[in-house]
Design a protein around this ligand. Structure first.
Ligand code: DQA
Length: 164
């Protein structure tokens, strides 16, 4: 596992780990996009409350949403250099198509949690295949925006567990 060592932050407080939240295509439309599948919470609200949870636990969360596969690839490739310890990712439709994102996340060897708002296992057949689930620490799917909070909870537990 790639967990960064504890270091001292600007105010002398312990900075424990960097968490990267990544969201793929169309997730910028959360709140208005197919609310029957994805709920009414905006991605901004979700990311803000996850960042607050990270800070309360002594960690730091950065967030990137992109509709472009190459931007997500670049961010994953840059993650080791930024000392990211754990990734929470909703690859959106790339879940079902992107061998490139799968390869990138394997290449950087950073543990990650896969998140989906909808229960992809109960939707169209083409959504039932994920290129990420078999290499993720775990998958949270089907709980709307709560999926992100459950993933965050799991991420904090994972960081606690692997730092001992
Ligand atoms: C999604 C499920 C995907 O099939 C879809 O393409 C999305 C959102 C989810 O969060 O439920 O964009 O990842």
């Amino acid at each position: 596992m790639l967990i960064t060592a504890k270091s001292v932050g600007a105010e002398g407080s312990l900075v424990m780990a960097k968490i990267l939240l990544l969201n793929g295509p169309n997730l910028n439309l959360l709140g208005t996009r197919e609310p029957n599948h994805y709920g009414t919470n905006s991605l901004n609200n979700i990311a803000k409350s996850l960042a607050t949870k990270a800070i309360k636990a002594g960690h730091n969360l950065t967030h990137l949403q992109s509709n472009a596969e190459h931007t997500l690839l670049d961010e994953i490739q840059a993650a080791p250099g930024k000392k990211v310890s754990l990734i929470i990712i909703n690859p959106g439709a790339f879940t079902h198509t992107s061998i490139a994102l799968r390869d990138a996340i394997i290449a950087v060897n950073i543990p990650f949690i896969e998140v989906h708002l909808s229960n992809i296992a109960s939707r169209e057949v083409f959504r039932q295949k994920s290129y990420f689930s078999d290499i993720a620490i775990g998958v949270v799917s089907g709980f709307g925006s709560l999926s992100y909070h459950m993933a965050m909870y799991a991420a904090l537990e994972e960081l606690r567990r692997t730092e001992i």
